[in-house]
Design a protein around this ligand. Structure first.
Ligand SMILES: NC(=O)c1ccc[n+]([C@@H]2O[C@H](COP(=O)([O-])OP(=O)(O)OC[C@H]3O[C@@H](n4cnc5c(N)ncnc54)[C@H](O)[C@@H]3O)[C@@H](O)[C@H]2O)c1
Ligand SMILES: [Zn+2]
Length: 366
């Protein structure tokens, strides 16, 4: 049995299938959606020996070509993209072909951008294999690579034709990566769904321990929420920006560490707590709401202080300068997602840099 969600975007609608046995049926999906069209799989090299990767290739047809991409954020680069284009050409991939992206957010973002630009755009399918990519990056059509000037700065909005979420692929995912995805999962509760947040407080441990029942409900709820948001605001002119709760800080931490030592989710976990603390500092959010979230992060073993990410001292000005490189910064003014409480996030366009600087010093930056 699988659950289905429809993402209703004008001219670009598609379905998300979530379940335990999805990859086993990929041949039927291909037939239904693409008939006899040729296909190629772009995948995370780390998954070469995964039974689900082998199954995917077998089901798509033993002669299906594939492109292995080294795992890690550094692959979201212009160099890797160029290698992919060359392999697509040499594999005779044409405008009628379909790309299957098998891996986490790195593979999804990179393959999506390759699909968006190769021959002015060819169809692609997301087959996400990390919790983070199953609840966030595989839905919504944001595709990107990084630049030395910042993360995800080169990209496009390009929706997939289909998203196939097979929960069993998470069997091999390390706990650190489960926690990384969980940080994004809580985000959906914190921005606009207090009920889901309260459910997570009770069931978070089961999610991290990969209990299938809770995973399926959690993934379904997040995808539904994301589908709703992108249906209303595909190109992030408004509401979609709420999904960046914790991210303006988090992206700065990731750049500062050059994407090593901690995961994306760990960076945004600390960023989320800082966003709550700053909201409290500005008298926007009550102290008990901040404490509640803080305690849950602590209990679930997500990082929540800056010294959980960095051993050395970090300067407030360093962070603020990096935050200014974020795409949400316009005319050098930082925009932040802040909260009025759990489930009540909003976009704040009036961040005073000096005030933010003093606040960061108060909470452990130099
Ligand atoms: N497009 C979007 O809307 C969007 C949203 C959120 C995040 N992102 C992007 O997603 C990326 C982060 O995604 P991620 O956390 O999935 O990173 P990732 O793709 O790097 O995967 C994390 C790690 O897990 C490994 N892995 C993947 N699947 C596995 C499996 N089934 N078993 C064992 N190991 C596995 C990978 O090799 C990697 O080491 C970032 O680049 C971020 O910018 C994009
Ligand atoms: Zn994220």
């Amino acid at each position: 049995m699988s659950k289905v969600i429809k993402v209703n975007i004008k001219d670009n609608s598609y379905k998300i299938y979530i379940g335990n046995n999805i990859i086993n049926n990929v041949d039927s999906f291909h037939k239904e959606y693409f008939n006899k069209r040729s296909k190629i799989v772009i995948y995370d090299k780390r998954l070469s020996s995964s039974i689900y990767f082998k199954k995917l290739i077998k089901k798509l047809g033993k002669n299906t070509n594939s492109i292995a991409v080294p795992s890690g954020e550094n692959s979201k680069s212009i160099e890797t993209l160029s290698i992919i284009y060359n392999k697509l050409f040499s594999s005779n991939i044409d405008r009628d072909s379909v790309i299957y992206a098998f891996g986490g957010g790195v593979i999804g973002d990179l393959s999506g951008f390759a699909a968006a630009t190769y021959m002015r755009g060819i169809d692609y399918v997301q087959v996400p294999t990390t919790l983070l990519s199953q609840i966030d990056s595989s839905v919504g059509g944001k595709t990107a690579i990084n630049s030395s000037f910042g993360k995800n700065l080169i990209g496009s909005f390009y929706q997939p034709k289909l998203v196939l979420i097979d929960i069993n692929t998470l069997d091999s995912l390390p706990k650190k990566q489960m926690l990384s995805g969980y940080a994004e999962m809580i985000k959906y509760g914190l921005i606009k769904d207090k009920k889901f947040y309260l459910w997570l407080e009770k069931n978070g441990k089961n999610i991290i321990n990969k209990s299938k029942k809770e995973l399926e409900y959690g993934i379904y709820t997040c995808c539904k929420s994301k589908a709703n948001i992108v249906t209303k605001d595909e190109k992030e002119k408004g509401q979609r920006a709420l999904l960046n709760l914790g991210h303006t800080f988090g992206h700065a931490f990731e750049r500062l560490s050059n994407f090593t030592n901690f995961t994306h989710g760990e960076a945004i976990a600390v960023g989320t707590i800082i966003a709550f603390k700053y909201s409290y500092e500005l008298n926007l959010c009550k102290e008990n709401e901040l404490k509640r979230v803080y305690n849950h992060f602590k209990e679930i073993k997500l990082p929540y202080e800056i010294n959980h990410l960095f051993k050395k001292n970090i300067k407030a000005t360093q962070i603020i300068n990096l935050m200014k490189l974020d795409k949400k910064t316009v005319n050098n003014i930082i925009n932040l997602i802040l909260v009025k409480g759990i489930g009540e996030a909003f976009i704040c366009h009036q961040i005073n840099e000096k005030h933010l600087n003093n606040f960061l010093k108060k909470i452990g930056f130099q």
